[in-house]
Design a protein around this ligand. Structure first.
Ligand code: ADP
Ligand code: SR1
Ligand code: MG
Length: 420
């Protein structure tokens, strides 16, 4: 049942909402009088309530407010984002149900989604990376998620007619795309009221970003690709706080920025955030752990994620060569040599897009509006600035020199070579 008008919920009014919504109350049995409800939203944008009934039923309710929570009501933002998040969760869940929480209920008027509660020991991956926890299946799971969702929403799998229809469905998420355009591709490269950095240590670094013509040329190319290339249905915000994990489960949440965009934006977001986690480790090292082994695991995960992604994506391509995909018609790309050439070029371009977007995502987290806990949790400002400076220097180099890399292990070698 849809509500007739929007109203922001709190822990009390949510109980009434659940009682009047059979698709939700039926998940909780008949003990609606004794629900435990807690607002746990620690993201930048929305309210998130965990609902648990004494009988054991549970779900999460996520509601979008008409502004950016991180900043407040002075930064209005469409609450329609909840509708696009629900659409993307459903579409990606259909393609990769192992790694996307099930959606139980959508109320477009209330800008609200109810979904599976990813119960403890699930935690946000970024927090696990800060705590130094190893996730042996992370690369396998994330490469699976990205290969399936990106391949199966691209023209390698769909007809151009189906693709255009799907693109049109997500065009309405324009405000969220414009937010990304601003905070990733524009603000870090100019003076903006929202930018911040670890001052005074990084004052010169922030200024250098604003004065770097080569960097500005490169970021313009990425911005244009982000705005113009409807390559696949991307998550749109695939950083390490959009992934919840245990030792054997990996779940991707929070695709409210989803739209048809460049695949490299998702892969780059994930890898770029792992690289941020790597550079933050020196700030988390202490007497009990120097984090050296953990740093090695992060680098291996970066390599494995790309290599497994490439393998799974190309094998989906090979398996579906005679399917509906219209990007490379079988009648034209009709011999093995040509097919290999085409595939090699596609994957090379995707790799370079990935590195470019990954680098841009790193830069925005150091000199832009929304920072990451990996660095923010380093109390000593000079130590934090040291870690951020190295990450920023690496990201600038990656953005400028990305086309020179052929393999992911070469990227890792440059990370290891960064001066202390
Ligand atoms: P935002 O859109 O504001 O970034 P998120 O979707 O990232 O919000 O959710 C904020 C927090 O709520 C997450 O960091 C996580 O702790 C919690 N959360 C979100 N979805 C779930 C879920 N399905 N199960 C358990 N916790 C969740
Ligand atoms: C105001 S920028 C807020 C950021 O939080 C979201 O998670 C996105 O990354 C967005 O860029
Ligand atoms: Mg989030």
């Amino acid at each position: 049942m849809e509500s007739s008008e929007f109203r922001p919920l709190d822990e009390k009014s949510l109980v009434e909402y659940i009682k009047s919504t059979p698709s939700l109350s039926s998940l909780l049995g008949d003990r609606l009088d004794a629900l435990t409800i807690k607002e746990v939203g620690d993201g930048n944008l929305n309210l998130v309530f965990i609902v648990v009934s004494p009988g054991g039923g549970s779900f999460v309710v996520k509601q979008a407010l008409p502004y950016v929570r991180l900043i407040g009501e002075s930064w209005p933002m469409t609450k329609e984002r909840a509708y696009f998040e629900a659409l993307a969760l459903k579409e990606h869940g259909h393609l990769c149900s192992d790694h996307v929480p099930e959606v139980y209920h959508i109320d477009r008027t209330m800008s609200l989604i109810a979904m599976r509660y990813l119960e403890p020991p699930h935690i946000i991956l970024r927090k696990g990376l800060i705590a130094g926890i190893i996730y042996p299946l992370l690369a396998a799971h994330m490469s699976d998620y990205m290969a399936k969702t990106l391949f199966c929403t691209s023209l390698l799998y769909h007809t151009t007619t189906d693709h255009k229809k799907a693109v049109a469905k997500f065009c309405g998420n324009v405000e969220l795309c414009r937010l990304t355009e601003q905070v990733i591709f524009s603000d870090p490269y100019k003076v903006s009221q929202y930018n911040r950095w670890t001052s005074p240590y990084l004052d010169r670094d922030a200024e250098a970003v604003r004065e770097d013509n080569v960097l500005k040329l490169e970021v313009a190319e990425l911005k244009s690709m982000f705005c113009e290339r409807a390559q696949a249905l991307i998550h749109g915000d695939l950083h390490t706080s959009s992934v919840m994990v245990t030792g054997d489960s990996t779940q991707v949440i929070d695709p409210e920025f989803a739209f048809y965009g460049p695949m490299g934006f998702d892969i780059g977001a994930f890898l770029g955030n792992l690289i941020l986690a790597y550079f933050a480790q020196d700030g988390h090292a202490n007497e009990s752990s120097d984090r050296e082994l953990y740093k090695k695991w992060i680098l291996r995960t970066i390599e494995d994620t790309w290599n497994l992604f490439e393998k799974k994506f190309t094998s989906l391509w090979n398996d579906n060569r005679d399917g509906n995909g219209e990007a490379y018609l079988a009648a034209i790309y009709n011999n093995t040599e040509l097919q290999l050439l085409v595939q090699k070029k596609y994957m090379k371009d995707l790799f370079h897009d990935t590195l470019g977007f990954g680098a841009a995502k790193m830069i925005r987290r150091i000199v832009g509006v929304a920072h990451v806990e990996d660095f923010e949790s380093i109390q000593d400002a000079s130590k934090r600035a040291y870690c951020e400076h190295r990450a920023l220097e690496f990201a600038k180099r990656l953005l400028k020199e990305r086309r020179g890399f052929q393999y992911i292990n070469q990227v890792v070698s440059v990370i290891l070579e960064m001066p202390s």
